[in-house]
Structure formats: C-alpha cells, structure tokens
Design a protein around this ligand. Structure first.
Ligand SMILES: [Zn+2]
Length: 73
C-alpha cells in the first residue's frame, strides 16, 4: 500500500493491523512491551495506561482516516 501513498503524495502513518494492539494511541509508539496483558495497555514511551481494547479502537480509527483515500486510488 506504500507505493499508492507515494503516488498520492500524502503523509502516511501506516499501522500494520498486527501491530495495532501494541501501538500507543497517543503518540503512535509501537512496541510489544506496551501490551502488558490481554486487557492492559501501558505505553513504555509515554506511560499512558489504558484498556487494550480501547487503545486499539483509537489506533484503528486514526488509521482508517487514511485507508479510504488509499483504497480509492
Ligand atoms: Zn505512548
């Protein structure tokens, strides 16, 4: 999908679906250490503590802002 973004000349913050559950919804820091357990997400970068499901939902909703643009090309 990256090449489409290059063609569209748009800034891309692509989040791999497999990494969404471990990506900080505040700053986009991705690390498997962020995911403390099935339900707990604690960012090792900024220290944000949040429910893992809610964090993933926020991360996905931000990513989905870009995806319709890319898929439409
Ligand atoms: Zn963070």
């Amino acid at each position: 999908m990256s090449y489409k973004a290059a063609l569209a000349d748009v800034p891309l913050r692509f989040v791999d679906p497999r990494n969404r559950s471990r990506t900080c919804s505040a700053y986009g820091h991705c690390a498997k250490e962020n995911r403390k357990s099935q339900v707990a997400f604690c960012c090792v970068k900024c220290g944000m503590l949040i429910n893992a499901g809610i964090n993933a939902a926020i991360t996905i909703s931000r990513a989905s802002v870009m995806e319709p643009l890319l898929l439409g090309r």
